[in-house]
Design a protein around this ligand. Structure first.
Ligand code: MN3
Length: 203
């Protein structure tokens, strides 16, 4: 059974002015669609992969061809990314807010550390907030379309929030100002979803 491109959970212009309609249209309909199509190609080229979930595939990237790693990561990362955002995202509360304060001191300190990780990721990649193996919140970044679920990740864990720092995610509005994009992006973080992921990851 082939992987399918999930629909955007809101309109293409819903995240304006933080993320413009043209960026969202190209990012979903062209980039995410291409990762989906090429993931299906990669799976069809290796019969042993048929029927595996995308999460199962993340666990065997060390021995996977680049096509499966790049497009499998791209498929999972973008589905996660769309769901991480919402118009007027608000702020964390309850157990999520308490955990952030405990781990980083404050929400502002978390944002600063996360934005630094995203700005310092050379070339294309992602910045992440994860729940690590000790149940603690931790910030990391990954190159290309890798993610913290992958067996090849330097820092492994369960992502609860992630930002795409590929130029295709911000260049139309922000040009080369990746730090400006990272700073503005917090306006559209869906803290309800992030909090649900945190609760699930903590178990
Ligand atoms: Mn992208």
């Amino acid at each position: 059974m082939a992987f399918e491109l999930p629909p955007l959970p809101y309109a293409y212009d819903a995240l304006e002015p933080t993320i413009d309609k043209e960026t969202m249209t190209l990012h979903h309909d062209k980039h995410h669609a291409a990762y989906t199509a090429k993931l299906n190609e990669a799976v069809s080229e290796d019969p042993s992969l048929e029927g595996k979930t995308i999460e199962e595939l993340m666990q065997q990237m060390a021995s996977a061809p680049a096509k499966l790693r790049n497009n499998g990561g791209g498929y999972w990362n973008h589905d996660f990314f769309w769901k991480t955002m919402v118009p007027n995202g608000g702020a964390p509360s309850g157990a999520m807010a308490e955990a952030i304060d405990k781990a980083f001191g404050s929400l502002d300190a978390l944002k600063e550390k996360f934005n630094t990780a995203g700005a310092n990721q050379f070339g294309s990649g992602w910045a992440w907030l994860i729940v690590n193996g000790s149940g603690e919140l931790e910030i990391s970044s990954t190159p290309n379309q890798d993610n913290p679920l992958m067996d090849v990740a330097a820092t492994k864990g369960t992502p609860i929030l992630g930002n795409d720092v590929w130029e295709h995610a911000y260049y139309i509005t922000y040009r080369n100002d990746r730090p400006g994009y990272l700073k503005a992006w917090w306006n559209v973080v869906n803290w309800d979803v992030v909090s649900e992921r945190y609760a699930a990851a903590k178990g």
